[in-house]
Ligand binder design. Structure first.
Ligand SMILES: [Zn+2]
Length: 319
C-alpha cells in the first residue's frame, strides 16, 4: 500500500484530503505542523508528501527544503490557497515537485500522482453503487437578499429574492432557508421530478421573515407524494413549528400548515452535530437577535458553510 504524509495545520482540510487518499487505498500519515511533518517524513519515508504553505513552526518552504535535502525519492506536492506566482516559484525552487491550488479534488491529485509516481498502480476500482448513483454535488443560490424581496433593475444580476440555497450532495437535496427564493426552487423541482416523489430536507437558520416567508409558496409542499423534513432550532419566544404555522394562520394566509398535503414534518434540533443521510452537519449560533444558527455541511465531495445574518462586530456603543 503506498504511503502519503499530509502536513496541514487546518484539521478540516487535513481530514478532507486524508479521506480522498484513504478511499483510494493509501496508507495516510498526518502532521499538524511543519516540524512534526519533517519528523514523520524522515522516520516513515512515504512515497508522497502533501504540504500546506502557511503553518506553525516550519512553513511549507522550509519543509520542502529539509525533505528535499534528506529524502530524494519522495515526491512533494505543495497545496496552497494562494495563487501568487512567487509562491509557486519559491515552492518549486525549495524542492516541491508540484504546486496545487485549493480546493483540492481527487481529479487534481490523481493526475499529479500519475505524473510524479507512474510506478504506483492506478486504482481503477469501480465506485460503490451508492456513490455512482448519487447526484453530483452542486450549490445553487435561489435567494440572496435580506429583509425583503427587492425586484427591479438594480438586482437583476443576483436576483431580488430573500434567502434560499439549494445543496445537492451524497444523494440528498438540502435546502438552506425558505426565503422567497424557495418559490422558484419549488417550480424547478416540480419540473425536474414530474410525477416522481421528492425527499427534501429544509434547514432553517432562523425564523426572521426573510428566511421563512417563501415556505407557503413552495409548491412541492402541496403534493402528497413528497416528503419534506424541516429542521431548525427553537426560536427565542416560541418553538419552530409554532412560528412556521403562525405565518400561515388566518388572516395572514388562506391555507394552514396542517392542511399542506405533503408529508411535512418539523423537527426541532437539539444537537450541534447531526447527519442528513451521509451528509454531516455542524451548527454554530450566530451573533444576531434571537436564535440564529449557521450550518457547515460536509459531504464526500467537500464542505460548505452557510452562515447568514451573522454580525461579526461588537455592538456600537452610543455615547
Ligand atoms: Zn435575521
Amino acid at each position: 500500500m503506498p504511503r502519503v504524509l499530509i502536513i496541514e495545520d487546518d484539521a478540516e482540510s487535513r481530514r478532507l484530503i486524508s479521506d480522498l487518499f484513504r478511499r483510494d487505498d493509501w496508507n495516510v500519515l498526518e502532521a499538524n505542523d511543519g516540524d512534526a511533518g519533517v519528523e514523520l517524513a524522515l522516520r516513515d519515508r512515504p512515497e508522497l508528501i502533501l504540504c500546506d504553505l502557511l503553518m506553525p513552526k516550519s512553513n511549507g518552504f522550509q519543509v520542502c527544503r529539509t525533505i528535499r535535502e534528506q529524502l530524494q525519492p519522495t515526491k512533494i506536492i505543495v497545496v496552497s490557497g494562494r495563487d501568487y506566482r512567487v509562491d509557486r516559484t519559491s515552492a518549486l525552487q525549495a524542492g516541491a515537485d508540484e504546486y496545487l491550488l485549493k480546493p483540492i479534488t481527487w481529479e487534481l491529485l490523481s493526475s499529479a500522482i500519475e505524473r510524479l509516481l507512474p510506478e504506483i498502480p492506478r486504482r481503477s476500482r469501480p465506485k460503490p453503487a451508492a456513490e455512482r448513483e448519487s447526484t453530483p454535488a452542486r450549490i445553487r443560490f435561489w435567494g440572496v437578499r435580506g429583509s425583503i424581496p427587492v425586484p427591479g433593475k438594480g438586482t437583476v444580476r443576483y436576483g431580488g429574492n430573500t434567502s434560499c440555497v439549494e445543496v445537492r450532495a451524497d444523494g440528498e437535496i438540502i435546502i438552506l432557508d425558505a426565503g422567497t427564493g424557495i418559490r422558484l426552487l419549488g417550480l424547478a423541482l416540480d419540473k425536474e421530478f414530474g410525477p416522481r416523489s421528492m425527499k427534501l430536507t429544509l434547514l432553517i437558520s432562523h425564523t426572521h421573515w426573510d428566511h421563512i416567508q417563501g415556505l407557503p409558496f413552495f409548491s412541492p409542499a402541496y403534493n402528497e407524494k413528497n416528503v419534506i423534513r424541516v429542521l431548525g432550532y427553537e426560536g427565542a419566544r416560541a418553538g419552530l413549528a409554532t412560528i412556521l404555522a403562525g405565518q400561515m394562520e388566518t388572516p395572514f394566509f388562506p391555507v394552514s400548515l396542517r392542511e399542506l398535503p405533503s408529508h411535512l414534518a418539523i423537527e426541532e434540533l437539539k444537537e450541534a452535530e447531526f447527519q442528513i443521510g451521509k451528509v454531516e452537519v455542524r451548527s454554530k449560533f450566530a451573533n444576531h437577535p434571537g436564535i440564529c444558527a449557521g450550518y457547515r455541511l460536509s459531504a464526500g465531495s467537500g464542505s460548505i458553510a452557510y452562515f447568514p445574518d451573522n454580525e461579526p462586530y461588537e455592538p456600537l456603543k452610543l455615547r
